[in-house]
Design a protein around this ligand. Sequence first.
Ligand SMILES: Cc1ncc(COP(=O)(O)O)c(C=O)c1O
Length: 339
Amino acid sequence: MESLDWGNLPFGYVKTDFNVRYIFKNGKWGNLEVSSSEYIDIHIAATGLHYGQEAFEGLKAYMGKDGKIRLFRWEENAKRLLSSADGIKMAAVPSDMFKEALFKVIQLNKKFIPPYGSGATLYIRPLLYGSGAEVGVKPASEYTFLVFVTPVGPYFKEGVKPVNMLICRDVDRAAPLGTGIYKVGGNYAASMRAIIAAHNGGYSNTIFLDAKEKKYIDECGPANFYGIKDNTYITPKSESILNSITNMSLLEIAESLGMKTERRPIPVEELATFVETGACGTAAVISPIAKIFDPEKNKIYEYCKDGNPGVMTMKLYNKLTSIQNGDEPDPFGWITIVD
Ligand SMILES: Cc1ncc(COP(=O)(O)O)c(C=O)c1O
């Protein structure tokens, strides 16, 4: 095993030994290639560089107490990449190729999987981009699919410590009929200004509102939003947010814990009625929210007043992470063992 300071890893890039790559050319995918280079050779007219023909995924591998490596719902990431590829007219990555790439890159970099109990995980980043040259705005005829891994600590440095969020009304991450439902780079470029403004103001991240009416909660930077009240887990339904696999899982876990669930538009004012709120995603897992500030209305919504995450949030967090780490059986069939 690599000697890294596992307990203090940032959510950042750490070099590993290998990545895997495939090229789509003449209408078909080539074979898996293993590379030890952190760099790609890219055509100066590649559509991925000029026209944002680029989509990615993010998932994690977890080392269990039993020494087994677990992947969480990778099939959902494969499906979402298919949807993103179709959304911006790129070549489709078949699910079996996606799986082959994940297994291979994990096996090749086994020594970088953080040990059980360190709080860190192996983050897996599949990337698909137009690598063929075009000058006019049209889809490339050549694509590259690559997967690299990097060991990471939690995304929100605070871990399960409650964080503060800033409502953003002057930047839209995605339009209702745009690409917000796809995991494509352009959405993240569009979100940078707002994220930096939130960080500069001392906030952990930003809450985007629906772009059309600015009435409803969309999502929390790179994570979905949820609120809890009356034993009900409520999360936004929107045409411009990424369908989070973590959120999909929390909806099911909430029901299994006897909670009701709702997926519907959440008006900003409803924030005043929640007992607990949080941000959820692969990187963040769950970040309970302590405070949400709405600068335009000069209003603060407060939760976790005793400084601790809410009871239901912790139940959801514990159940999800126990399944991911293999501490509890997986009644949902979400785990794949990598051997
Ligand atoms: C914009 C956005 N929303 C939500 C999520 C959470 O999705 P998931 O739970 O599938 O990681 C992510 C991260 O992947 C994201 O980038």
